[in-house]
Design a binder for this molecule. Structure first.
Ligand code: HEM
Length: 318
């Protein structure tokens, strides 16, 4: 049996089995419960258990002997913590809601894409790992801030440590709902990366539809999911209806192509990448469907969002 520190979330316990290793993660709170006589080398998940030589080896043995009894309890607590609707989830939701106004919702939702959107399905790097907090100086992240969520995170950390990745995933879902979009529940247990993700993974606004499709394919998303996720641009200041209403006006406005009208502010509506979608037949079919049915858009956005925030995730669970 090996015990190792698993980031700030808790202690990972790996038990050798015939077929390999079964891993159980202990909530951080439980580190204090019964492991006070055990020292953990904080060198990631595979670190070995080191019993303090300053305490008696008998106490160490008692601790190890009690582990099998505690494992089922600890395992079930962790498994519960993964599910939406638990105490942990409600705590994050509550603290996020305290700092999240409708005006801040667009920036928070964009933060999700800029954290998760670095995922590359081929080499399984990047993704929803909180590394955006190291990447805010990059030109593509100009205007994004973690400070909106910092206060909420500090409050939650004092009770039950939470990763940036979980914070941002829940906050983005709350941002959608606060602006009238569908309620979205995400799982918890993402581990944060200690380093930044590779650069150049996010789509440039100058991409045409074929470039956007390829870029999203590399992240594991279909054309339908590209179109559904792009509906996030209904929030913010690009002219797709109210900047603080999450609805299907993005698709309705795309079909009108106001940027083709000469003169006036209408030419400012949308990004070149938004305009490109409506020129592509496959994307256009989805744009029409979502313009016709807001409930279909909500359902598809919800599913694509959950997929987005699960991209490339290292889970702190079994
Ligand atoms: C399809 C490829 C995408 C491109 C090229 C793109 C690019 C951009 C750009 C250039 C902006 C404007 C930033 C500014 O005003 O300075 C923006 C805004 C925004 N993006 Fe995207 N984006 C894409 C997809 C997404 C996705 C998938 C999401 C989330 C699911 C998202 C969420 C947002 C939000 C909410 C805003 C408004 C931010 C605000 O007004 O504060 N974007 N995007």
């Amino acid at each position: 049996m090996r015990l190792g520190v698993s980031g700030k979330h808790g202690v990972r316990c790996s038990i050798g089995t015939a077929s390999g290793e079964a891993k159980t993660n202990f909530p951080a709170k439980l580190q204090r419960l019964s492991f006070s006589t055990v020292k953990f080398r904080p060198d990631h998940a595979s670190s070995d258990l080191a019993v303090s030589s300053s305490t008696s080896s008998r106490r160490g043995l008692i601790c190890i002997a009690t582990l099998p009894c505690l494992l089922p309890l600890i395992g079930s607590l962790r498994a519960n913590a993964m599910q939406p609707g638990t105490k942990e989830y409600l705590l994050i939701k509550e603290e996020v809601r305290k700092v999240l106004s409708k005006g801040k919702a667009a920036g928070v939702l964009r933060l999700v894409f800029h954290d998760a959107g670095t995922f590359d399905i081929d080499d399984n790097t990047g993704g929803m790992n909180g590394s955006i907090v190291y990447e805010l100086e990059r030109p593509e992240n100009a205007g994004l801030k973690k400070s909106v969520l910092q206060k909420a995170k500090t409050q939650i950390d004092a009770i039950q440590p939470v990763s940036w990745a979980d914070m941002i995933a829940v906050a983005g879902a709350e941002a959608v709902e606060v602006c009238g979009g569908p309620p979205i529940q995400v799982s918890l247990g993402r581990l944060d990366s200690p380093v930044s993700d590779p650069e150049g993974r996010l789509p440039e606004e100058s991409l045409n539809a074929s470039g956007l499709k390829k870029c999203f394919q590399r992240k594991g998303f279909s054309t339908q999911e590209l179109v559904a996720l792009s509906g996030a641009h209904t929030l913010g200041s690009k002219g797709f209806g109210s900047p603080i209403s999450f609805d299907n006006s993005y698709y309705k406005v795309l079909l009108e192509k106001p940027w083709t009208a000469s003169g006036g502010m209408t030419s400012m509506v949308g990004l070149p990448s938004d305009h490109a979608l409506v020129e592509d037949d496959e994307c256009l079919r989805w744009i029409k469907k979502y313009a016709d049915s807001e409930s279909l858009f909500f359902e598809d956005f919800k599913n694509a969002y959950v997929k987005l925030v699960n991209s490339g995730v290292m889970w702190n669970n079994l």
